[in-house]
Ligand binder design. Structure first.
Ligand code: SAM
Length: 260
């Protein structure tokens, strides 16, 4: 996959994508990141990319012309495998499910806003999608673009060595499985400052460990993210599925809720 990023701060991306598995995967050619400087598409002496908002108000707004020209130069043709995304606090909320959908494209082009935002004609007539990474306001779209690249890249084949680990992560269950949080992890030492690791994890009893992890994941989800269990996407598992044995029924949930 190729990620294109359109930004007025091209150097921003030197850091976030240069560490760990994402950096390794980039180096080995599993995906590519191409950074485009928006100012290269502004033609006046000062390479101006922003202007005052019509109707008055605070701050500056990114102009449409350089953004349209940039996208149309990077992609003279818009094929179904290409998707233009405008990063925006007003966009659809990004999540793991959306990341899985984006991972199917051949190329993504992420437009980073700045100042008071981007001329609305970019959202209306150029971008295929407007995406927010959370209900808060960043000072620019660059951090959001880096987040989306990181999340989508680790879903690409070969990027994370052990693909089974991706399937069992937080928010990652698909189909009938509820998309809950991951189970708590422990490592050596077995006792630290008097706090012992749950005995079952030291038992070597795989079925028991699986059951404990499932239960612990559900308890943590109920405690920290009960919305995931209530949401439509976190449907109870189909009867007889692997998840069914450990998912609490309504009564079990109530018991769990009482306990926590
Ligand atoms: N006036 C805008 C508003 O209230 O919605 C905020 C503009 S923000 C200061 C500047 C840029 O940061 C936006 O154009 C967008 O590209 C990016 N941005 C801010 N918050 C974001 C978020 N939650 N998700 C994605 N991008 C965001």
């Amino acid at each position: 996959m190729i990620f294109h990023v359109l930004t007025i701060f091209p150097d921003f991306f030197r850091g976030p994508l240069d560490y760990g598995i994402v950096a390794r995967a980039r180096k080995s050619g599993l995906f590519e990141v191409r950074i485009h400087n928006l100012r290269d598409y502004a033609h006046d002496r000062h390479r101006t990319v922003d202007d005052r908002p019509f109707g008055g108000g605070e701050g500056m707004v990114l102009k449409p012309e350089p953004i349209f020209e940039a996208v149309e130069t990077i992609w003279p043709e818009r094929t179904p495998g290409r998707r233009v995304i405008l990063l925006s606090a007003q966009g659809r909320l990004f999540n793991q499910k959306m990341a899985r959908e984006l991972a199917r494209y051949e190329e993504l082009l992420l437009i980073c806003g700045r100042y008071e935002g981007v001329d609305e004609r970019v959202a209306l007539y150029l971008a295929d999608d407007e995406i927010s990474i959370g209900d808060y306001v960043l000072s620019g779209g660059e951090l959001a673009a880096a987040v989306i690249i990181d999340v989508v890249a680790r879903l690409l084949p070969g990027v994370v060595g052990n693909e089974a680990s991706i399937r069992s992560e937080s928010f990652s269950a698909e189909g009938d499985e509820p998309a809950i949080l991951d189970y708590p992890q422990y490592t050596r030492p077995a006792e630290f400052r008097g706090w012992r690791v749950p005995e079952v994890l030291l038992s070597g009893h795989h079925a028991e460990i699986r059951r404990w992890r499932r239960q612990a994941a559900l308890e943590k989800t109920l405690r920290l993210r009960p919305d995931l269990l209530r949401r439509g996407e976190a449907k109870p598992p189909a009867p007889g599925s692997a998840a069914a044995e450990a998912v609490p029924t309504g009564a079990d949930s109530a018991k769990l809720e009482g306990k926590l």
